[in-house]
Design a protein around this ligand. Structure first.
Ligand SMILES: [Zn+2]
Length: 220
């Protein structure tokens, strides 16, 4: 069983495909969360559905009742977020009120895009084509606290992939500082090639696991 598609269409149109908690625009990266968990008898009635972005969905589903820290999202609170947001959106243009829309895809998706970019840098590596990998979205995922919601193996592989990307950047700097010369015809190219090959495998693995995490829609 799942939510009725016609009612889902209406709900997604009504919320403008924005997350009901943080209000960012999600496009296809939106998920329907069961306010009352399905595993605890929550229904597939559309009243029980709340549209959420990946980050908020991970956050809502993460609370550990056996080791309580912070405050849990209750079903009642989630329904209030939904109600408030739908009211806010429907009042646009009424009484001159406005709603801010953000096109931010969120920290988890941004990190996946960044890893893809880093992989592109590595696989196009060659003398004269040396680029640098980035980790601003990795830092953002840490800062925003969403990295801890990834399954242990995925988080470990993502961290290893970023560590390798940094190592690659340092190797590029070394290669540029020690270019091939008459006494050292390859410069540090051999070292760089090894680092690229290891980092490529690690980035591919991290991306694979992150994609699995993003694509699986948890039934919670
Ligand atoms: Zn959100």
């Amino acid at each position: 069983m799942s939510f009725n598609q016609n009612e889902v269409d209406t709900l997604l149109a009504d919320c403008r495909r924005c997350c009901c908690i943080c209000h960012k625009f999600c496009g296809v990266h939106i998920e329907l969360h069961h306010a009352d968990h399905r595993s605890e008898g929550g229904s597939d009635d559309i009243e029980n559905a709340i549209p959420l972005c990946f980050d908020c969905h991970a956050e809502v589903g993460h609370y550990n009742s056996d080791h309580p820290r912070g405050r849990k999202f209750t079903a009642e609170e989630l329904r209030k977020h939904k109600k408030n947001w739908l009211e806010q959106v429907s009042s646009i243009g009424v009484n001159g009120s406005t709603v801010e829309f953000s096109r931010d895809v969120g920290a988890i998706q941004s990190m996946s895009d960044e890893l893809q970019y880093n992989l592109t840098v590595l696989t196009n590596n060659g003398v004269g084509l040396l680029g640098s990998t980035c980790q601003v979205n990795f830092e953002r995922a840490i800062k925003e606290g969403v990295i801890k919601y990834l399954p242990d193996e995925t988080r470990n592989k993502v961290m290893i992939a970023y560590a390798s990307s940094s190592k690659y950047n340092r190797a590029v700097e070394m290669y540029i500082a020690n270019p091939p010369s008459a006494t050292n015809p390859t410069g540090t190219n051999g070292q760089l090639t090894n680092i690229v090959s290891r980092a490529t495998t690690q980035l591919q693995e991290a991306l694979r696991l992150l994609t699995v995490f993003i694509n699986e829609s948890p039934s919670i």
